[in-house]
Ligand binder design. Structure first.
Ligand code: CP3
Length: 368
């Protein structure tokens, strides 16, 4: 770690910014905003890097990964950066044959479907298995003027790629394993939770100021199945991060029915996708836990008047609460005009008011 910045000092530098203050439920004066998938194909400068280097090359080269992380910071004026990597990067670091096919997503050559297959999932040693990721974090925290969000895939979402062998609509193989062989299922989830926890802890130890756990595909499950097959593992990850004292954001798509359970896993902030009106999403998340979201990503493709109306609607539903982080309801779509995202950031900063936390808490108590 020689030459690497002191992570505690890095976090202290950003502690007073609106993003971390909102995540912790502290007073601040502008609504913080960042975008999931803010780095990537919407940016010409990203496509330029990708014209010369494969996706894997970018992730494995700290200077390139840091550069594409910084691209949206320069363009948009967002309040947080998110590390450029992928949820399957730790699995690739373990030597599981997983590649990212452009336009498709992660593809696993030999899916994991039986107890015997689990020997391929050993313990992750981040310093040895993912040195390039941690070097990227080191480069970024030395340079960034905003906090860096570290991230990882949650066990269910990772399992969905490992068991299906690639992206899926129905998660048939994944659910079949879950219902047919509960012992193997929990063993797989436990191994993945260990990988995710080790990866997140290492990112924070290198200076990430917050983490987001992506359980992107958990919305495929009913609340009862989520509670039985997923929640204990996610809880273990959240608890395993507690001593690091950084905000833990927990996000998934189509999770309207799971928001309360996702908070109960131990999140400090729960991400809400665009299907749930944000005021309704807020009601489903316990008091004391923050919320993030939730502009429909495709709205960014609409005429500007529509964008403005929909951003204002999200802000109105967020109720000027001190524990709201503005974001899209899922990732930036590749055809998005970066200029629109920059204008959205300005609009949120100009119009997003933040009330006194004491006032909001009194209101919450009155409604309890
Ligand atoms: O800007 C950021 O948000 C940081 C970088 C980031 C990427 N992937 C880069 C990426 C993050 C946080 C992720 C997380 C990720 N990866 C998730 C969770 C977020 C979500 O969308 O729900 C998931 C499910 C994956 C798996 C994955 N990787 C998919 C579905 C894809 C897209 C396939 C495609 O090409 O459309 C990827 C590839 C990927 N990850 C790209 C980027 C920029 C595109 C790669 C390219 O072609 O350049």
């Amino acid at each position: 770690m020689s030459g690497a910045p002191d992570p505690a000092a890095v976090r202290a530098r950003h502690a007073d910014g609106p993003f971390l203050r909102a995540c912790r439920g502290e007073a601040h004066d502008t609504v913080p905003v960042w975008f999931m998938r803010q780095a990537g194909r919407a940016l010409a400068e990203y496509r330029e890097v990708r014209a010369r280097h494969s996706f894997e090359e970018v992730i494995h080269t700290p200077e390139l990964a840091a550069e594409v992380t910084l691209q949206p910071i320069r363009r948009y004026g967002v309040d947080a950066a998110i590390l450029f990597s992928d949820i399957v990067t730790p699995l690739a670091g373990l030597g599981i044959g997983v590649t990212i096919e452009p336009g498709v997503g992660p593809v696993v050559a030999e899916p994991v479907r039986r107890m015997e297959d689990l020997v391929r999932l050993r313990r992750l040693e981040p310093e040895e298995d993912l040195p390039y990721v941690l070097q990227t974090v080191d480069l970024l925290v030395a340079e960034l003027a905003v906090p860096l969000i570290g991230f990882a895939g949650a066990p269910f979402t990772l399992a969905s790629y490992l068991v299906e062998g690639g992206p899926s609509r129905s998660y048939t193989h994944t659910k079949a394993l879950m219902f047919q062989d509960e012992l193997t299922w929990h063993r797989l989830m436990d191994l993945l939770a260990g990988v995710t926890l080790a990866s997140l802890r290492a990112q924070v130890e290198h200076g990430a100021a917050a983490v987001q756990l992506f359980d992107s595909w958990a919305g495929a499950l009913s609340p009862a199945d989520y509670e039985r097959f997923v929640l204990p593992h996610t809880q273990r990850i959240m608890e395993g991060l507690e001593d690091l004292d950084v905000p833990r954001i927990h996000f998934g798509v189509a999770t309207g029915e799971l928001l309360g359970l996702m908070a109960s896993a131990g999140a400090d902030v729960v991400g809400v996708d665009w299907r749930v009106p944000l005021d309704e999403g807020r009601r489903r998340i316990p008091v004391g836990v923050g919320f993030q979201g939730n502009l429909e990503p495709a709205v960014c493709l609409a005429p500007w008047e529509t964008v403005v109306a929909r951003v204002r609607d999200v802000l109105a539903r967020a109720g000027a609460r001190h524990d709201h982080v503005f974001n899209l309801g899922h990732g930036v779509l590749p055809p998005t005009d970066p200029g629109v995202l920059a204008q959205i950031v300005d609009l949120v900063h100009e119009e997003g008011e933040v009330r006194d936390p004491a006032e909001v808490r009194a209101e919450d108590a009155a409604h309890a």
